[in-house]
Write a protein that binds this ligand. Structure first.
Ligand SMILES: [Zn+2]
Length: 344
């Protein structure tokens, strides 16, 4: 019986040593230490032994059991450690590999131009004002000296929601709303960027939806020379430091006098080229002194206050700046077009 136990111990230790994974090790454990295992069987047969032999064999059986038990535990710890190492090796990250570049998006060219213009005017002390795109006829037309039936309304046909509510045709209603909020007290110094809508047929230079940025200054002693100085500063920051501007008489119902503003050609420097159609000048915006009627309707005393306003199309500025030949590119979301402005 003693020999049988020693033999079992040796067998078990060999099998433990050979076990290559945790599953095999567990099979050895069940085979030798389980309730139906050979050691339990030996202990059951102890009844046949003499009283002197019993404690000796019992002690030996316990020793054998403990030896197998600790061999199993040691092997299990070793196998577990190996498994962790194997897993770590499989998941290893090679930090010396060059990284995969992250694809960066870019701002839409219009957003870029609008933000550039905003920054420029914020630098001159303006604040940004915004208003609703679905607008009342009153703010879009009437408050801007365009009463119902005024012929100039024909130039700005819109999309009507009802008789009195429409998609705004320009950002000027924001000016009317802001002046109204000031309750007749200056100064007002704002720029209003935003989307506007007109019932135009889309072609290379027209879009039924486009953007505008307008500026408005109302205070005491605002003169046309202030307007000219402001716009010259704008033109130089936007198109280059040697730019000059010129005013040509024009008509807008909400300003008097009104002007079209040209900038000297940034492409040829004013000698004449295809960009400026040989004239040396490029039209960039409309402007003028705020019409007294507009001031009065917004609650300002037109004897005390004067002001200037200007408005431009970021599409036109972007087309000039980046040499884009068709306004529809801005709204077609063609990724090949938009990607060109990645690092302009
Ligand atoms: Zn030119």
């Amino acid at each position: 019986m003693k020999e049988r136990l020693q033999q079992l111990q040796q067998e078990a230790l060999e099998k433990i040593e050979q076990a290559s994974d945790l599953k095999a090790l567990n099979e050895v454990r069940v085979a030798y230490l389980g309730k139906k295992g050979p050691i339990t069987e030996v202990l059951r047969g102890m009844g046949a032994l003499s009283p002197e032999e019993r404690p000796v064999i019992g002690a030996l059986a316990n020793e054998v059991r403990q030896a197998i038990q600790s061999a199993l535990e040691a092997k299990q710890a070793k196998l577990e450690q190996e498994e962790v190492e194997k897993k770590l090796a499989a998941e290893a990250i090679d930090v010396t590999l060059p990284g995969r570049p992250v694809r960066r998006g870019n701002h839409h060219p219009l957003t870029r131009v609008i933000e550039e213009i905003e920054d420029l005017f914020i630098g001159m002390g303006y604040t940004i004002a915004e208003g609703p795109e679905v607008e009342k006829d009153y703010y879009n037309f009437e408050a801007l000296n365009l009463p119902k039936g005024h012929p100039a309304r024909d130039m700005q046909d819109s999309f009507y929601i009802t008789e009195e509510i429409l998609l705004r045709t320009h950002t000027s209603p924001v000016q009317a709303r802001t002046m109204e909020k000031h309750q007749g007290r200056g100064p007002v110094k704002i720029i209003c960027p935003g989307k506007v809508y007109r019932r135009d047929n889309d072609d290379a230079t027209h879009s039924h939806q486009f953007t505008q940025i307008e500026g408005l200054v109302v205070d005491e002693n605002i003169r046309m020379s202030d307007l000219k100085g402001t716009l010259r500063e704008f033109a130089r920051k936007m198109f280059g430091k040697d730019r000059e501007i010129r005013f040509r008489p024009s008509f807008f119902p909400f300003t008097e006098p009104s002007v079209e503003v040209d900038v000297s050609c940034f492409h040829c420097g004013g000698h004449g080229c295809s960009v400026c159609k040989g004239t040396g000048w490029i039209e960039i915006l409309g402007a003028g002194m705020v019409h007294p009627n507009v001031l009065e309707m917004a609650g300002f005393d037109s004897k005390k206050y004067t002001g200037f306003a200007f408005g431009m199309g970021p599409e036109r500025i972007a087309m000039l700046k980046y040499g884009i030949d068709d306004i529809r590119h801005f709204y077609q979301n063609d990724i090949r077009f938009l990607q060109q402005f990645h690092r302009v």
